[in-house]
Ligand binder design. Sequence first.
Ligand SMILES: [Zn+2]
Length: 141
Amino acid sequence: MKTIATFSLPEEAHLLRTRLESVGIPAFVQDEHFVQLDWLYSNAIGGVRVQVADEDLEATREFLAADAPQPCPEAEEVDCTWCGSSDVELDPWPRLISYLAVLICRFPFLYTRRRWRCLRCHQYFRPKPSATAWPDSADFE
Ligand SMILES: [Zn+2]
């Protein structure tokens, strides 16, 4: 048996195990019960291990190499409307305000206006609708 990955939590190890088993590679999770007794054991014993048989090691390497995260084709690419930078993030304030409202008022004030913040020029902006995000009705005729 060869250890192919270690994780801090058993749940993470089982995610990999089920992904491997979905393509026909038997995998086994070791030391999960030690970690479930006390999660501090995870660091002491080197984490929860995922192991495969020696003869499945090459197939596992090929699967993991081909299973790298792919960009979502439906994900929107947002560029700053001020400087054109793609180094942007969603404005965290609406979520923070909703969270604080739940803590203080026990009621969520939903703030649905979605705006972005440029990490280069620090401007807030709303992205222009892209041509591919919402197809015209003519596309369905
Ligand atoms: Zn910008």
